[in-house]
Design a protein around this ligand. Structure first.
Ligand SMILES: Cc1cc2nc3c(=O)[nH]c(=O)nc-3n(C[C@H](O)[C@H](O)[C@H](O)COP(=O)(O)OP(=O)(O)OC[C@H]3O[C@@H](n4cnc5c(N)ncnc54)[C@H](O)[C@@H]3O)c2cc1C
Length: 387
């Protein structure tokens, strides 16, 4: 079988943008992308509810988690507009700074990459899995063939949502070459909670400030949509918070409804309704969704101040998450201590590890794709400089 200058294992966001950067910079090198899916870039085409939230104008070190978080922020280097140079389309930001393709179609991102990669002569091998790797490099393929390469980029993604080809089994490739794996847990995921006080609220969506704590220690906070479900909580604020709950047990979330309203104002509102003779169950009528108001009143003590306090401090013990099958991203991954700034392995020369595969995960809002693109581009530039 032909020997390639670069073999990229995984044709997702990181692998495809790595291939694109290599092919744009160097017409004289041979590049192959191997992916187990029928369609390359399958997950990329499903991101952002099908709209593809590729980056975010508001970028800070706090947006990244895991052992490689600080290095990831450095690698991105504030270049939140990187997608504009990678994709052949226009982008726009929404009111919250989230950047999307102007056509709001994530599948167009995949199409743009595949069109240009084919035009540039990159070899696309799919559906094919890489089942083994030996130094040198020799890659064993699922059809029994061996592919040889001078450089290998492992861009295999994580463990989240196995229907996209990411079931976590490919960590074994890096491990077989001596790399360590940091513990994995699902992130950007719905939370399972005690449901005793929220059973009647299924499907209700509210704006809320949410904090997570364990043993009285604050782990994190977020503000946004919260959706009540039959298992617990979903919504943007919960997704954001789930990253700080990865691997934590015994945590509690506290919902503070009406985030822009002081507790004292709620107390006055409840007292005014009580003075007018409203039935107790309706004392939050018009202030909160009726069902939510009634659930809060049922839980609160007898005084109006108890009701106001419960509106601002509605606690629910966290019992778990919906797991990897529902998570958008994996917390944990290949230990970044063994990976250099150029994404090259410190253990095996010519081996590069990028994207969600390594111990970096980002917040909801375009940060994970931005990391996938930035790390793929960084590896490609390092390879071009060395070849
Ligand atoms: C439903 C959903 C929506 C999301 N929305 C957003 C969003 O809007 N914005 C955002 O920033 N992030 C979003 N994310 C997260 C983001 O998509 C990922 O973090 C990002 O795609 C990771 O890129 P990657 O290239 O590292 O891995 P992936 O995109 O997961 O690609 C890895 C690829 O490797 C292939 N592969 C794995 N092992 C092998 C093997 N042994 N041989 C061959 N091929 C292999 C897989 O088939 C897969 O195609 C979303 C995730 C999900 C699941």
């Amino acid at each position: 079988m032909q020997k390639y200058d670069v073999a990229i294992v995984g044709g997702g966001a990181a692998g495809l943008t790595c291939a694109l950067t290599l092919a744009r910079r160097r017409k004289d090198i041979s590049v192959a992308v191997i992916d187990k899916n029928e369609r390359l870039g399958k997950k990329l085409a499903a991101t952002g509810n099908g709209q593809g939230n590729v980056s975010n104008l508001a970028l800070s070190p706090e947006n990244y988690h895991g052992g490689g978080a600080a290095a990831a922020f450095k690698t991105i280097g504030g270049d939140v507009r990187l997608p504009e140079r990678l994709f052949n389309c226009l982008f726009e930001a929404d009111g919250e700074g989230r950047i999307y393709p102007a056509g709001r179609q994530a599948s167009a991102l995949t199409d743009s990459l595949l069109f240009e990669l084919s035009a540039l002569g990159v070899t696309l091998l799919h559906p094919l899995s890489v089942t083994g790797i030996e130094r040198g490099f020799a890659l064993t393929l699922s059809d029994g063939r061996t592919l040889r390469a001078r450089n290998v980029v492992l861009a295999c993604g994580g463990s989240a949502q196995k229907q996209f080809g990411t079931d976590g089994s490919s960590y074994a490739l890096a491990q077989s070459l001596g790399h360590k794996l940091m513990p994995l847990s699902p992130s950007l995921v719905q939370l399972r909670t005690d449901t005793a006080h929220i059973r009647s609220l299924k499907g209700i969506r509210v704006q809320s400030a949410v904090t997570a704590s364990v043993g009285g220690r604050l782990l994190g906070s977020a503000t946004g949509d919260v959706i009540f479900t039959d298992y617990g909580l979903s919504g943007n604020a919960i997704f954001k918070l789930s990253s700080v709950l990865a691997g934590v047990s015994g945590a509690v979330v506290t919902l503070s409804f009406l985030p822009g309203v002081e507790e004292e104002a709620v107390r006055r509102d409840v007292a005014a309704k009580a003075a007018l003779g409203y039935p107790r169950s309706e004392l939050l009528s018009g202030t909160l969704h009726n069902q939510l108001g009634r659930a809060i009143i049922k839980r609160a003590g007898p005084e109006t101040c108890d009701i106001a306090r419960t509106v601002k401090n509605f606690t629910l013990p966290v019992t778990g998450t919906l797991g990897f099958d529902s998570a958008q991203v994996t917390h944990g991954g290949v230990d970044c201590a063994d990976i250099g700034d150029d994404m090259q392995s410190k253990l095996v020369r010519g081996l590069y590890l990028v994207g969600e595969y390594v111990d970096v995960d980002g917040d909801c809002g375009g940060y994970n794709l931005l990391w996938a693109f930035a790390s793929g581009v960084r590896a490609a530039n390092a390879i071009c400089d060395q070849l």
